[in-house]
Design a protein around this ligand. Sequence first.
Ligand SMILES: [Zn+2]
Length: 477
Amino acid sequence: MEDKSRSRDPLEILVDGLAGDLWDLALEIWRFAEVGLKEEKSAKAQISYLSRKGFSVTIGTGGMPTAFVAEWGKGRPIIGFLGEYDALAGLSQDAVAERRPLAEGAPGHGCGHNLLGVGALGAALALKTFMEERRMGGTIRYYGCPAEETLVGKVFMAREGVFNDLDAAITWHPGCINTVQLGSSNGLNSARFNFHGKTAHAAGDPHNGRSALDAVELMNIGANYLREHIIPDARIHYVITDGGGQPNVVPARAQVWYYVRAPRRRQVEEIYARLLDVAKGAALMTGTTFDVEFLAGCYDVLPNETLTFLALDNFKKVGAPDWTTEELEFARRVSETIDQGQKSEMLRNMNAPKELYDQIMNTTVVDPLDKGKVMPGSTDVGDVSWIVPTVQVSVATWPIGTPGHSWQIVACSGHALGLRGMLVAAKVMAMTGKDLLENSSVLEKAKKEFSERVGDERYKSPLPDGLKPPLGQFNRH
Ligand SMILES: [Zn+2]
């Protein structure tokens, strides 16, 4: 038999040594399944583990009790690993290949963030141990970022400046393809518009009333006309969250909740400003007034090719996760619950290599497929990527074609199938961090690429001055 261990990187060996702890921690967070800004137990479990391992931890970053920064080491470079650990409402699910909630209606890890956080934490810890053994200089940080699903965590952390002195940021996302991302994602603004009118009897004296619902409807009509005159890649979506109480009362209050998304932050701002004018127009037409509750805003992702190809080289050394026959059998059963038409469509849209169509789990490492592409969704990793060169690895932890935010993802994220992918992610990220510590020229190249891409569009927080994190509410993004 071939002795694989001889060619293994020391960081792979270190991550394998931590595997037991990392599996336990990821499963613990999977069971907690706490939604954004409520991740108290999930944050605490990571904080106490990292403290035991010699990291100094600052808790409450950006005014969020479940955000923290764990640090070890001295001097430069400073390498940051970004972790997330929020769950999604209503997706509770056991680690089995059929729909079976653990607690009906409760949250579940439908985006695999239990793996995401612990994988990044594992990379930070393995790299710290490696540096300690070799008495290397440099600083390692693990950023405990809450509420990614609501696009809150990293944006509020960024406003506090905690990413400003980093030399590079490394993160990953669980997924169905083994690759490193080179694409971008949409920037976003999320805001609620509250219209205020005057109540009246809708039959008796409607002339005395001023309908806030009319204003909401006219605003939506205005927004729908606006669509023709904005870039086609932008997205505007809304829901009416309050349309009044009953038909015979002219509504004095009504509310509509909007998202505006576009490939670049400045485009989001330009379209959002025009949407504010639409709201003004609706208020003017109806004799009402309005105020805006700004909920969240984030940047598009700024890719960094230097870091992407550095991480890809490491990924090719580590290879795809080496699943057991039982794990692959589980994947096959999960895959049977997935629409195969959707799977092929997804692969076609990605321009995926042919061999992927026949795979259930991705057993190869694929060159980036998304150069120049913009994922229509949004992530708050975008904000970090505009502050410091950032790379996002993607490791297969669920079958190809699995829909996002689904019970299937919850099942795989609580199963050895996903946990094995998490260890691969930790290895690839730790090795990439080590390269950046040891090879200053690649770090300089990444930084140079970063400044060229940023140009004169320096990061400016999307948040209005004085806005506090929405600790009391849970918004769905
Ligand atoms: Zn996610």
